[in-house]
Unconditional design. Structure first.
Length: 50
């Protein structure tokens, strides 16, 4: 995981940094699900056009 490579993610110092780390986690999760949804939609479109 990212916190293994970056110690700041494992132990954020200030409250502001904690909020940033939490937002980063939500952002990466959203990007992962967004990429998966795009893949599924692309495959469906390919099946329809074929």
């Amino acid at each position: 995981m990212a916190h293994d490579e970056e110690p700041l993610l494992a132990n954020p110092g200030s409250q502001e940094m904690t909020a940033h780390v939490h937002d980063y986690d939500r952002f990466t999760r959203m990007m992962k699900y967004g990429a998966f949804v795009c893949l599924v939609v692309g495959l469906i479109v390919l099946l329809i056009l074929k």
